[in-house]
Design a protein around this ligand. Structure first.
Ligand code: NAG
Ligand code: NAG
Ligand code: NAG
Length: 595
């Protein structure tokens, strides 16, 4: 009698193993999906073929759309990198995390500033990590690095839920290529440059005059002027002269592995790291955020894509980016992960119009029929971006959704897919799955708010009883020169003060009839005019009341400026320089490119 239970207990582990083996197929089919998020930098919605551009070749992005769901009204929470990415990561408007500035500076300008995504913020990566995902970020971060000293890495991706990081803690900037015109505090750089030039010329003249014996000038005055000149040059040159070293670096997790960046090999290295991350995690649910360096300036314009497109260097860059997206998709497919992997493609905001003057050669994105672009508050061109979801195991192929959706929806969508039903803070996004699967046809976004830094510039209303998409502009940027669409005097539109016009009554458009925002509505042309203004004003009030948990502003001038003690550095500061040990030297010559 006693033997039997003992036998059973001996058998138990074996039985357990057998039963485990039996349920493996079931486990595989209900396993949490892998998530691959691909975000392009500064890509306009008009730069992609499946969004209406028939002169550019983006076959790989188009294929994701035809095999999945394409969103035509996918809206970023801000028209600039840092606030848009902060909102994307947290599922909340950037003002809620303090990542929206009130003055001229709206993004981190130096890697050695102290502002960034606060360590106690919750990102979708943190959420998924808690649900057992392996999480990785390859590419651009641009949400801060250090708080108080070099190496505290309080804003680092590793602090925000990404266990693996390879890429740019900062962003690409023109300054990454010495000699290109600068885009960081250029007015200050120019002023300092002029000042030192003026001093040099003045000094030279004085020395000549003195040598000629025309006027008596004390040697002391000359020395003082000379010293002043040296100081001016030093201040101008440090830190600005070293911008490629200060800002253009590559990190692998907590370590600086390249300073400054070798641009030629960067696209290849980012792609390879993203592919390796997927390969390492074939047997485990993973989240990969592949945050592309393309198509921000400076453009790559390197073989084999240089000269291939019909749109100059910029078009070549778009086609190269599309090829990278294709290679990544191939990796997912070739590992048999197609049906278990949600691939998402988007851009952080619209194309940069001031960089797109045909005269100087296009260097910024194209926003199609939409008015405005990067950094222009509420104008559609700055905030409407591609949004594509491919997941053949779960989502229909070729579906198009025209309802308003937001990049802030990614956070709640991923949370839902990971089976995380814990209570959260107030989120501004909504789970997109019902809309993507076609279970519902209306978006939960009745109202959306369009910020320029911490300033509310516009709001949209999609009334539940109508197909209209009303957009109300309270504030618009002042374009220069008159008649232009763009702020060509400042290179980028600013959000505040004399740089904007306040509208009272506000400008009103119906995007469903006038997507280019070219004909403002009036009480004579729109029956619901009064009602729309009233309802939107109410919604704005409710929204603003919900901003009680505002965090300290991370983008004040004081936090943004370069400080030597926060500068990440390989080597002994200030002698920072290193090159990644890598056998990859750019694209192989047999790279197929686009057909
Ligand atoms: C396609 O994109 C390129 C690159 O931005 C742009 O120059 C061109 O005007 C676009 N063409 C169309 C038809 O939208
Ligand atoms: C996060 O930290 C900031 C400052 O360090 C503080 O003001 C804020 O209340 C904190 N938020 C939470 C949710 O703990
Ligand atoms: C992937 O899912 C689709 C749709 O459910 C199905 O038709 C296809 O056979 C699946 N492919 C694999 C490899 O399981």
């Amino acid at each position: 009698m006693r033997l039997f239970p003992m036998r059973l207990s001996l058998l138990a582990p074996v039985l357990l193993l057998l039963s485990r083996a039996n349920v493996i197929p079931a486990e595989v089919s209900i396993r949490k999906p892998n998530i691959v998020l691909v975000m392009a930098d500064d890509l306009g919605i008009g730069d992609v073929c499946c969004y209406g551009n028939n002169t550019i070749r983006t076959p790989n992005i188009d294929r994701l759309a035809s095999e999945g769901v394409k969103l035509t009204q996918h809206i970023t929470a801000a028209p600039l990198c840092t606030p848009s990415r902060a909102a994307f990561m947290t599922g909340r408007y950037a003002v809620r995390s303090g990542m929206a500035g009130s003055g001229a500076v709206q993004v981190n300008l130096f890697l050695a500033g102290s502002g960034g995504l606060p360590p106690n913020e919750t990102t979708f990566a943190k959420r998924l990590l808690q649900q057992g995902y392996t999480t990785g970020l390859v590419g651009k971060w641009h949400l801060g690095l250090n708080c108080e000293r070099r190496g505290d890495h309080c804003h680092h991706p590793n602090q925000h839920g990404f266990t693996f990081f390879y890429g740019l803690p900062f962003t690409l900037f023109n300054s990454c290529i010495p000699g290109l015109e600068t885009d960081i505090l250029s007015w200050l750089q120019n002023a300092l440059e002029k000042l030192s030039l003026l001093l040099a010329v003045g000094l030279f003249t004085l020395v000549c005059v003195r040598a000629g014996g025309l006027v008596e000038i004390s040697a002391r005055l000359l020395v003082a002027l000379f010293l002043l000149g040296v100081i001016a040059v030093a201040v101008w040159y440090i830190p600005f002269g070293f911008l490629p070293w200060w800002n253009c670096i590559i990190m692998r997790d907590q370590e600086v592995v390249e300073q400054p960046i070798t641009m030629e090999t960067l696209p290849h290295r980012l792609l390879t790291e993203a592919q390796r991350f997927i390969q390492r995690n074939v047997h485990h649910p993973f989240l990969l955020f592949f945050s592309l360096a393309h198509v921000h300036t400076p453009l790559f314009c390197a073989p084999p894509f240089a000269g291939r497109s019909r749109h100059g260097c910029y078009g070549d860059d778009v086609e190269e980016m599309d090829w990278i997206v294709g290679e990544l998709t191939k990796t997912v497919d070739s590992l048999g992960l197609t049906n278990d992997t949600l691939i998402y493609f988007t851009s952080d905001h619209g194309g940069h119009l001031e960089d797109s003057l045909p005269l100087i050669g296009q260097r910024g994105g194209w926003n199609g029929i939409y008015r405005g672009g990067k950094s222009m508050g509420g104008w559609e061109g700055g905030i409407r971006v591609p949004g594509i979801f491919r997941w053949p195991g779960r989502l229909p192929a070729g579906r198009v959704v025209d309802e308003p959706t937001s990049l802030m929806d990614i956070y709640p969508t991923l949370k839902h897919l990971a089976g995380d039903f814990q209570l959260d803070r107030h989120l501004d996004g909504h789970n997109l799955m019902p809309l993507l699967e076609g279970k519902v046809y209306r978006s939960e976004h009745e109202f959306m708010f369009h910020y320029c830094g911490s300033h509310l510039h516009a709001a949209r209303w999609h009334p539940p009883d109508s197909d209209s998409i009303f957009k109300v502009h309270f504030v618009t940027p002042n374009f220069f020169p008159l008649g232009a669409v763009g702020c060509y005097d400042t290179h980028i539109c600013l959000c505040h003060g004399d740089h904007v016009t306040r509208h009272d009554p506000p400008l009103l458009f119906d995007l469903s009839r006038d997507p280019s925002e070219s004909r403002p509505l009036s009480p004579d042309t729109e029956l619901r005019y009064g009602e729309v203004l009233h309802r939107v004003a109410e919604a704005v009030e409710v929204h603003q009341r919900s901003l009680t948990d505002e965090r300290p502003n991370q983008l004040t001038m004081e936090k943004i400026l370069w400080r030597p003690w926060l500068q990440p550095c390989c080597g002994t500061f200030p002698f920072c320089a290193c090159k990644e040990d890598s056998r990859t030297t750019g694209w192989s010559s047999d790279c197929p490119g686009t057909q």
